[in-house]
Design a protein around this ligand. Structure first.
Ligand SMILES: *Cc1c(COP(=O)(O)O)cnc(C)c1O
Length: 244
């Protein structure tokens, strides 16, 4: 017999259920407003600090994509994810020396911003006999101390990545600067969308622009309206994060 859920856990799951419905409706609304179909947008849940039982509950509601941003946390939760029903991706800053710990475990690494990192993912993927999907992370706000390649260096990086045969570039991701006004963040989203379109038009070998990953809890509808087709949502789904 399964243990009866604590009252606290039942309340949390109920909140996740309501949030999930609200988010999927908002995603659908923004998709339709921007001339696309709800199913064209991938809803990835950012699951840092969230325990597997809660993540798997969201998967039982229909969530199909989750992303972790720390290698250690991903590994400690790995055996508990319901990976028969959802796709696990890596969305955080990745150190080269940790690549081998996640290659083969994640379906996509969203945060590739240097040739060195791409080469290591390629090397580890070759060892495993697989091809790993990756996104190139762009530092669209040109912020110091932030991950991501600058826009003017993107094409060169993609060309170099296209020569690596055990990775496949599937698109772009960004985390824009924190902006007080929605109009300001939208400018960054629009600039990313322009890059995405420009690169698509160049048809580089082995480089596909399938995913434009941008937009988080506070701005995902704006991101979709600017052309995002993947949003990464954490706190709006799971509630405020508690770091232990
Ligand atoms: C945590 C995280 C998110 C989600 O942030 P929220 O504001 O909680 O929605 C998205 N992308 C990355 C890379 C993250 O680490």
């Amino acid at each position: 017999m399964p243990e009866k859920l604590s009252e606290e856990m039942s309340e949390r799951l109920e909140a996740v259920r309501l949030n999930y419905e609200e988010i999927t409706q908002a995603i659908a609304g923004a998709a339709v407003q921007s001339g696309r179909k709800p199913e064209d947008i991938t809803f990835l849940a950012a699951t840092k600090t969230v325990e597997p039982a809660v993540i798997n509950y969201a998967v039982s509601l229909g969530l199909r994509c989750i992303g972790e941003n720390k290698v250690q946390e991903l590994l400690s939760k790995y055996d508990e994810y319901d990976l028969a029903h959802c796709d696990l991706q890596f969305i955080g800053h990745l150190q080269t020396n940790k690549v081998r710990q996640i290659v083969g475990k994640v379906s996509m690494i969203q945060s590739v911003d240097s040739l060195r990192l791409a080469q290591e993912i390629d090397r580890q993927s070759a060892k495993n006999g697989i091809i790993t999907d990756v996104l190139a992370e762009v530092n669209i706000g040109r912020e110091e101390n932030k991950s991501g390649v600058f826009a003017e260096a993107l094409e060169e990086l993609l060309k170099q990545m296209s020569e690596l045969h055990h990775i496949k570039v599937r698109g772009l991701m960004t985390i824009p600067p924190v902006c007080d006004r929605k109009a300001d963040v939208c400018k960054f989203f629009d600039r990313m969308h322009e890059l995405f379109i420009d690169i698509s038009a160049k048809t580089l070998d082995n480089v596909n622009m399938d995913f434009l990953s941008m937009g988080m809890s506070d701005d995902f509808t704006e991101a979709i309206q600017s052309g995002a087709n993947m949003v990464r949502i954490g706190s709006k789904l799971f509630g405020a994060r508690i770091y232990r």
